[in-house]
Write a protein that binds this ligand. Structure first.
Ligand code: ASP
Length: 344
């Protein structure tokens, strides 16, 4: 009996301790989102619109952050934040997407996992309520990275996704923007340009994106968009092109871009930011500035776009060469920030 008592006193606590579940290392968490870059000046916004955008950004940001706070994966946080903005007609993604030259909505989206470098993307989908969810399914359920148009939608159906009628995506504001662009195309107005022929490409601001860092220290990035107003049928922008508008790599950073996609594709903008960190040892802010404020401006001029980026330590960069960019973040210290204009 005495031996049994000694055994219990000595070994039971050890056994109990080693049986305790190992809690995952609590890496600091952070999230950054954007709702598009463009000519967004104080003079272009009413106080009501300003408040609406800020509230929408806050809602999306907090949806993503809630996932991170409860120990969820950065991929899920990115998806949760983007889904909120896709459902909000204020943004050019999901409901409220801009119209192409033929008056149709064609949406693009991508998501990337910084740990495995796995990625999923869709382009030119017309009936998917949340294109970011379909991009995630492409990543998780297929050996492919990018599915387009009818094939992407057939895959969505096979996964049990319900299809939305075209009318779901319609908003009067985006329709009016198309009519304006079509008129300018005929009269040679501001959005008509020989370089962009055929179909002028007035930017319909409001592409959305997110980058998140979770408790495991893992990064993920995603982007979703309706593209450019009056774009040619079948045109694909940078958002679903891995390395152009979307990229994530745990050794460097996660990036989501917004702007005239053609320039982002030609520069491989998102991956170049990562490469500058990887191969040149540049800090995040410097690498992001180099691509957005220098390379992009040199290739396409001012007003070509912006990006959000976050490195593995949770440092955040949000450069843009446009007048404004809808943007928001919650940093590793838990500070929440929402901004629109350049001067704030
Ligand atoms: N980058 C998007 C595209 O070119 C549009 C945008 O971000 O405003 O499709």
């Amino acid at each position: 009996m005495r031996y049994l008592l000694c055994f219990c006193i000595l070994f039971v606590p050890i056994l109990v301790m080693s049986a305790e579940p190992t809690t995952p290392a609590a890496h600091p968490i952070a999230i950054v989102i954007h709702g598009g870059a463009g000519t967004i000046g104080r003079k272009d916004m009413t106080p009501e619109m300003d408040a609406q955008y800020r509230a929408a950004l806050k809602q999306a940001l907090e949806a993503g952050y809630a996932v991170l706070k409860s120990g969820g994966r950065s991929l899920d946080a990115v998806q949760a934040a983007i889904r909120v903005m896709e459902d909000d007609p204020l943004f050019n993604a999901g409901k409220g997407s801009v119209f192409d030259h033929d008056g149709k909505n064609e949406m693009d989206a991508a998501i990337m996992d910084g740990v495995t470098l796995k990625a999923g993307a869709v382009a030119g989908v017309q009936h998917i309520k949340n294109p970011i969810d379909l991009a995630r399914l492409v990543m998780d359920k297929t050996p492919h990275v990018l599915l387009i148009g009818a094939g992407a939608e057939e895959f969505a159906r096979s996964q049990g996704m319900s299809m939305m009628p075209a009318s779901y995506f319609y908003t009067q504001r985006r329709w009016d923007e198309l009519q304006k662009a079509l008129k300018e195309e005929k009269t040679g107005g501001p959005s008509a340009s020989a370089e962009q022929y055929p179909g002028t490409t007035a930017r319909g601001y409001g592409t959305v994106g997110a980058v998140a860092l979770d408790r495991r220290g893992e990064l993920a990035a995603g982007t979703s968009t309706g593209g450019l107003t009056n774009k040619y049928y079948g045109r694909v922008g940078d958002s679903p092109i891995i390395g152009a508008g979307t990229y994530a790599n745990d050794t460097t950073c996660g990036v989501s871009g917004t702007g005239t996609g053609e320039y982002f594709i030609r520069l491989d903008a998102a991956k170049t930011i990562s490469d500058l960190m990887l191969y040149k040892g540049m800090p995040l802010a410097e690498a992001a500035d180099q691509v957005i404020m220098h390379d992009l401006v040199q290739l396409g001029g001012m007003d070509t776009g912006g990006a959000i980026a976050m490195d593995k330590d949770g440092d955040i960069a949000m450069p843009f060469n446009t007048e404004g960019m809808y943007r928001a973040y919650i940093d590793t210290a838990g500070h929440e920030v929402v901004k629109i204009y350049r001067d704030e």
